[in-house]
Design a protein around this ligand. Sequence first.
Ligand SMILES: Cc1ncc(C[n+]2csc(CCOP(=O)(O)OP(=O)(O)O)c2C)c(N)n1
Ligand SMILES: [Mg+2]
Length: 401
Amino acid sequence: MPSEQWTHPEPGDGPAAVAAQPSPEQVIAGLRATSEGGAELTQLLTPEGERVPSPQFDKYVEDVDAEALRGLYRDMVLVRRADREANAMQRQGQLGIWVPLLGQEAAQIGSGRALKKNDMAFPSYREHGVAYARGVDMKDLLGIFRCTDHSGWDYQGHGFHPYTIVIGNQVLNAAGYAMGQKFEGKVGDDDGEATICYFGDGATSQGDVHEGFVWAAVYDAPLVFFCQNNQWAISEPTERQSRLPLYQRARGYGFPGIRVDGNDVLACLAVSRWALDECRHGNGPVLIEAFTYRMDAHTTTDDPTRYRLSDELEEWKLKDPIERVRAYLARGGYADQAFFDSVQADADSFAADLRDYTFNMPEPPPERIFSNVYAEGNPVLDAQREEFLSYLDGFVSAGEH
Ligand SMILES: Cc1ncc(C[n+]2csc(CCOP(=O)(O)OP(=O)(O)O)c2C)c(N)n1
Ligand SMILES: [Mg+2]
């Protein structure tokens, strides 16, 4: 009985092949492959910090010299430090909730740095690293988590949409946006535009994601679906959500799917650049499954010790996205201790700045909720704002009597 993973037969294999069913062993092998990296994992930097040559992807990171790699390292250290600071501030009552990105720095910095100015990114709610890579001031993220604001950055200017909490919903928005790029003739050559959409492993069980796949596929939309498979959807492991590794689902929709080591910043950069390039030239969409691990809780309201064993975390610590770059830089003589110390100092002052800002964060006026709803003025919304303000005024006058 063959135990290798089952894949659906090629269409040309005839009626008998179409009717083929996987054996129990093949189903088990498929389930296992959803939760293990496997041979299909594209990796350029091993967890030990060794460079692995890749005939297909090396050319996408040819320009990444020692200086650029030190830059990627710095990005990841700063973003992790900011994440830890925000997590601590939630514990100290300064933020209502925090959604940690710990462990997902390489997936976010690698893909975020692959984007060009006119590209658009649609995040879910954990993409603080992508926000940083898109030039969004991380202070602007904190209002959401202090519950004083919905979001506060210039989406179009930064090419970074507001966070979306409704699982998978941004995939439809992104598909529509990418279809627009196609309709407006912004696709077709090196200067073409592309969209990237972030979602999690759990989101792939959501209808919106599948609808987005279909729409993007039938309209050849320039859309990179970037699934950060961090192994968990709160307490639900990936292998309970799919029989196959997630990247293999792309085939059913008729576009390429690829699994990249999501803890390898160089591989994430290379694979994202390739996928975005395909999209710019009109060969989209593409699905990337970034195989990574959520090293902290789902959010600060979650306690992962209730549903997962600590040995899993210990195993993933050995695959840390930052440590492998540090090892590569140090071993190759591309960075010395003074460099690592200066990055740490920068990260500490970056975090201190976020802390100061949070403690003194101005509360926006109540009418702020009406801002940024539409690109231009809207009479219905204007009327609602007026009604709301006079309603609030009523309290003031009532208090005066
Ligand atoms: C439509 C919808 N259903 C349920 C939820 C509750 N919820 C919030 S996060 C989450 C799990 C998402 O997991 P995944 O897609 O793997 O992303 P991750 O949080 O791991 O980054 C769920 C079910 C929601 N926000 N929206
Ligand atoms: Mg997940």
